[in-house]
Design a protein around this ligand. Structure first.
Ligand code: ARG
Length: 448
């Protein structure tokens, strides 16, 4: 089976391999979505009488079979076929003859690849949203459990003010949940039907683009046929950019946990089942998992840059450069799901050394709270500051570790509002469930 555009003259072998690149492997992850898009496209073609009812029935049967095979990992894409779209059409033609040759009516691989990438990415984004919610909740559980565990709060990696592990863990939960509206916007951007834009300029057929969009559960048709093509690369950049927020949060949190579990600080202990050993030093347990979570921040930044750099500067319309935007998108989405997921066993098994947390505080850490005790009695702030600065020993309590209790305004460690964060996690869960249901209904309706 060969390429769709073949005219007889053989393509030089090294050029064939080079231009095909990683598509035969990457497209294996997209084939089921390509078949889903094809089911909707064929349904519409039958409705506008480009395909007969019999042809549609035959195509449906074959496309459903492809979905099954792709899900079982049995669908194959040969190098000579270039990509999954070609393999799909070859397969339909091999099985159905002329009917298979009609599937490409009213489309181009240019809109086809965008369609299946978006169908894939919207589900991956839903997985990200769900993992993000779960990981936020895991952080919130730790925050609840250690709401009153005193620990030094740091700025510049120097002790700053007495704080709590409740504040620490719920801070990262809040930061993670801040990604929720961004995920929803990225989802809306993705969830538009590109089909019918063809190579970027439409076709001379009365395509019902709205119908295809509805069948695929897209929110709407992305209008201008050329704008659809110009969006390739940009969508990838936007989605990857959205993932950067939570992945960089996790990268920083991983660094925190590495230090907090070091011999030097010893505030927390990582369980043996989440740490790895050394091949030479028998005593060691290493936080490799956290180091790799941290490294995923760097990787995702590179993937985001890759997508952005590939599309910047191209003239309007399709260019083969855009093929390279597929790998960073798929990798970025899958790695984000992974890092969010893999952090949870680390969190659920970590133990806290309350005594180390408290006893590691220098007495001078209570200086600011001492200033505010005077401020509460009416002293001007700067005067109180200067007095404490002149003789901290005299001003600071002998055990300053619970100074955080007096800080009770909104968001402060003495008055953590974990309920508000739980509500935000619940709202994200509701959004996720609604979208998930719609996506499942799409598959159900087209697969029968
Ligand atoms: N593998 C190609 C890509 O990802 C599919 C589209 C090919 N289109 C073309 N005009 N050569 O971009």
């Amino acid at each position: 089976m060969s390429r769709l555009w073949e005219r007889g003259e053989p393509l030089e072998a090294t050029i064939a391999r080079f231009t095909v690149g990683d598509d035969p492997q990457l497209d294996l992850r997209l084939v089921a979505y390509d078949a889903l898009g094809s089911l909707a496209h064929a349904t519409m073609l039958a409705e506008i009488e480009v395909l007969t009812h019999e042809e549609l029935t035959a195509l449906r049967r074959e496309l459903r079979q492809v979905v099954d095979e792709a899900r079982r990992g049995e669908f194959e894409i040969a190098l000579a076929e270039e990509d999954g779209h070609t393999a799909l059409e070859n397969r339909l033609t091999e099985r159905l003859g002329d009917t298979g040759k009609r599937i490409h009516t009213g489309r181009s691989r240019n809109d086809q690849v965008i369609a299946c990438t978006r169908l894939y990415a919207r589900e991956a984004l839903l997985r990200v949203a769900d993992e993000l919610r779960e990981t936020s909740l895991a952080l919130l559980r730790l925050a609840t459990e250690h709401r009153e565990t005193s620990v030094p709060g740091y700025t510049h990696t120097r002790q700053a003010m007495p704080s709590t592990l409740g504040l620490f863990f719920s801070a990262w939960a809040e930061n993670l949940l801040d990604a929720a509206p961004w995920l929803e916007v990225a989802y809306q951007h993705l969830n538009r039907s590109p089909l019918g834009s063809a190579s970027g300029y439409g076709v001379a057929l009365a395509l019902d683009r709205q119908r295809v969009s509805d069948l695929l559960g897209f929110d709407r048709v992305q209008r201008n046929t050329l704008a659809v093509q110009n969006d390739r690369g940009r969508t990838e950049m936007l989605v990857l950019g959205t993932l950067l927020g939570p992945v960089l949060d996790l990268s920083r949190l991983a660094t925190d946990l590495i230090w907090m579990s070091s011999e030097a600080l010893g505030f927390i202990r990582l369980a043996d089942q989440v740490t790895t050993g050394s091949s030479i030093m028998p005593q060691k347990r290493n936080p490799d998992v956290l180091e790799l979570i941290r490294a995923n921040g760097a990787r995702l930044r590179a993937r985001h840059q890759e997508a952005a750099n590939l599309y910047a500067g191209l003239t309007a319309g399709y260019h083969r450069d855009l093929q390279y935007t597929k790998a960073p998108l798929l990798a970025g989405l899958e790695e984000t799901v992974d890092v969010l997921r893999v952090l949870r066993p680390v969190l659920s098994t970590l133990t806290v050394d309350d005594r180390r947390c408290r006893e590691s505080m220098d007495r001078s850490i209570g200086a600011t709270d001492a200033v505010y005790r005077q401020v509460a009695q009416g002293r001007p702030f700067r005067e109180a500051y200067k007095e404490v600065a002149a003789d901290p020993e005299a001003a600071v309590e002998s055990d300053p570790s619970e100074g955080w209790r007096a800080r009770r305004h909104l968001g402060a460690p003495g008055a953590l509002d974990l309920g508000e964060l739980e509500e935000r996690a619940t709202e994200l869960g509701e959004w996720h469930r609604g979208r998930q249901r719609a996506v499942a209904a799409t598959w159900q309706a087209l697969l029968g």
